[in-house]
Design a protein around this ligand. Structure first.
Ligand SMILES: Nc1ncnc2c1ncn2[C@@H]1O[C@H](COP(=O)(O)OP(=O)(O)OP(=O)(O)O)[C@@H](O)[C@H]1O
Length: 238
C-alpha cells in the first residue's frame, strides 16, 4: 500500500540537547497513526519537523510523496493541521474564521456541514472568545478539515473535551478514515488511542521504544491492558 507519510532517521536538538533521536516510520493511506509519549517526549517537535514548520537536524520527511521543505504550497493544499495552541483573534466570529480559512484553498469542504458534525453550528455567529475550551478544540479540528485534506495532523486531539464530545469526535474521524483520510495524532488518552489507532509509536525522551499495533504492544508487555502497557513502555509507570 502507498505510503502517505514517510519519515526517515529524523533527529532534532534544541541548543545542543537532543529531543528527537533517529525516528523512522511510515503511515499508509487511510491509517490512523498515534504518536505517543509523556510530556516533553518529543511528539510536537516530530510533527513540526515533518510539516517543515521546524527544521530538522538530519533525516527526511515526505507527505504524499512531497517534501514539506520544497513543496510547501502543494502540501498546504492537501494537509490539514490542528495545532495544540492556535492564536486566532478573539474578535472574529466562527463563521468568519471558517470563511477566511476556506478562501485560502482551492478545494474545500462545506464548513456548515463540518460545524454541524462537530456540534458547533449553533455557535457559528459567536466570537471565538465566547467558546468553551472544548468548543474551541473542536473548532480547531473543523478548521483542519476545511481544506478537504488527504492527511490531517491532530496534536492532542481531544484534550479539554467532555466524554460525549470526545466520542462524537472519534465517530467523525472514523467516518473520515473510512473515506480514505490518513490521520496522524497525538493523545494522552489511551482509550482514545485503542479506539482510533491502527498503529502507534511510543516515544521516551525522543527515542522510539515501541512501534506497531496496540494489540502487539499489549502482548509484548507484562500487562494485560493497554494503559498499563503504555505506561510501562513510556517510562511513566512510577
Ligand atoms: N523551542 C524550543 N526550545 C528549546 N527546547 C524546546 C523547544 N520546544 C520544545 N523543547 C523541548 O523539547 C522537548 C520535546 O518537546 P515537545 O514539545 O516536542 O514534547 P511533546 O512530546 O510534544 O510534549 P507534550 O506532551 O507536553 O506536548 C522538551 O524537553 C521541550 O522542553
Amino acid at each position: 500500500m502507498k505510503k502517505t507519510i514517510e519519515v526517515k532517521n529524523l533527529s532534532k536538538s534544541y541548543q545542543g540537547v537532543s529531543v528527537v533521536k533517529n525516528l523512522s516510520f511510515d503511515v499508509k493511506r487511510g491509517e490512523v497513526f498515534g504518536l505517543l509519549g509523556a510530556n516533553g517526549a518529543g511528539k510536537s517537535t516530530t510533527i513540526e519537523c515533518i510539516l517543515g514548520t521546524r527544521s530538522m537536524d538530519s533525516g527526511s520527511a515526505f507527505i504524499l510523496g512531497m517534501s514539506p521543505k520544497n513543496e510547501r504550497k502543494n502540501i498546504f493544499e492537501q494537509v490539514g493541521v490542528q495545532f495544540q495552541e492556535t492564536n486566532y483573534p478573539d474578535k472574529i466570529k466562527i463563521w468568519e474564521l471558517c470563511e477566511e480559512t476556506e478562501s485560502l484553498y482551492n478545494d474545500t469542504k462545506d464548513y456548515n456541514i463540518l460545524l454541524k458534525e462537530f456540534g458547533l453550528y449553533e455557535k457559528r455567529k459567536n466570537y471565538i472568545a465566547e467558546l468553551s475550551g472544548g468548543q474551541k478544540q473542536r473548532l480547531f479540528i473543523v478548521l483542519a478539515l476545511i481544506p478537504n485534506p488527504k492527511v490531517v495532523f491532530l496534536d492532542e486531539l481531544t484534550t479539554g473535551l467532555d466524554t460525549k464530545a470526545r466520542r462524537d469526535v472519534w465517530k467523525c474521524l472514523l467516518d473520515l478514515k473510512k473515506k480514505g483520510l490518513t490521520i496522524l495524532l497525538t493523545s494522552h488518552f489511551m482509550d482514545e488511542v485503542e479506539e482510533l489507532c491502527d498503529n502507534i509509536l511510543i516515544l521516551k525522551k525522543g527515542n522510539e521504544v515501541y512501534r506497531g499495533s496496540v494489540d502487539k504492544a499489549i502482548k509484548n508487555s507484562p500487562y494485560e491492558n493497554f494503559e498499563d502497557a503504555y505506561l510501562w513502555y513510556s517510562g511513566e509507570e512510577n
